[in-house]
Ligand binder design. Sequence first.
Ligand code: GLU
Length: 511
Amino acid sequence: MAPVRVRFAPSPTGMLHVGNARTALFNWLFARGQEPGSVFVLRVEDTDVERSEEKHELQLMEDLLWLGLRWDEGPVTGGPYAPYRQSERLAVYARHTEQLLTERKAYRCFCTVEELEADRELALATHQPQNYVGRCRAIPLEESTARAAAGESFAVRLRIPEHPLRFHDLVRGPVEFPHETISDPVLVRSGNLKEPGTPVYNYVVTVDDALMGITHVIRGDDHISNTPRQVAIYEAFDWQVPEFAHLSTILGADRERLSKRHGATSVASFRDMGILPEALVNYLALLGWGPAGGDREIFSAEELVQAFQLERVTASPAVFDWDKLHYLNRHYLKTGDPARMLELAWPFFTGAGLLPPRGATPPEIRGWAASLLALFLHSVNQLDELPARAGFLFAFDPASIQADPENAAILASEGAQRVLAAFESRLAAYTGPVTAEIFKQWMNEIKVETGIKGKDLFHPVRIALTGAHSGPEFDKLLPVIEHGAEVPLPTPVLSVRERIRAFAGPGSQQA
Ligand code: GLU
């Protein structure tokens, strides 16, 4: 196949939604997997001046770059078909409107809002389709030009041809719309020669796709019903109709269209909760696409490029599955470069007041933070869970540990008291940090001395140290506690000695 040209054409009216991110990804994967010379275009569809904002444009570019989806042509980047912002292409559209009017493929519609409203009501009352009645379709061009020159307001409508409108969809196969169902669409909204009306989405998207040489239009299936109108515009200009691929809607678990109601939906919100970009890319790729011959789920971006085929995209809606996203995120958290993971995790600890800002941190804290992260990284679905997971190290509060009835019952048992007292007596005769080796040795001694073993032996110690019934293994946990107690942290970490003493020492909660 010859090189392809595809585009992602977001409107900068809000945050980049995951559905749109998936559209961008499928475009990117398709382009990168085709012949060298294939191009991924970013085009900003900002003709809705009321709702488009520069900050949204910047954010969406940032989100695309975060996901690793670099475009070859686009705003800022430039390219042979610049400008790539629709608000900067109004003269191009105006020129093409003139062409359509002169060739009588389009006509000026002078109908007033009241007339159109009356038509609509009549159609409703007589159960007729709400197509434009065609009042202005036959106005001769000379008359129409004269009325426009005299200052009359008009919209520009396309003459829908009298044959079915057809296109090929790589996901859905051949699609055909009977022309009778399609009203002559407005291409340019009402305006006059002094204050021209604004061109509509269906029109500008088609002009741009054609002029920019787009070979495959890959986008959400909410645009299927727009496509016949776009096909009619291609035909009016004698342009070749591209291939289409309409991607299925993404649904929430309740099978309703994925929306804010379902929680996070913007790319930025996934980033803010500590989902890694490689996990989101891997996840979004599997949303409506699957590799040939197998149920493999882990794919790097490069592997996706190799495996991706537009033909394998399913037409049925894809259901957003948090468990799968978390599964993939855990995979990438575990296998990622530890230094990068630390860099990404750091702001979450800083945000919770547990670590100073990374830039201002002395090396000894950095070293300790790396061991802190190693202790908990494997147990979280997303990075924002880390502060809560690690919280017990910082916020050691014997009273609240005791306040849990289950903890209180265990700590008050006779066996637990004996274990903790034996631990405390060893601490009293020892000054250094409690290493994993010493801990092991002491617990063996205490086992022999008290005759208490297994869960009854270890459980009270874990509760005294962490306030929880489960958590990291002792030999990994103890060094982090002991080392943490030595580094100057915004929220200090108490040592093993201080923790045990709170429950077993003189003046402890037990007394
Ligand atoms: N600006 C349109 C959107 O964001 C683009 C649709 C298309 O790709 O044609 O939905």
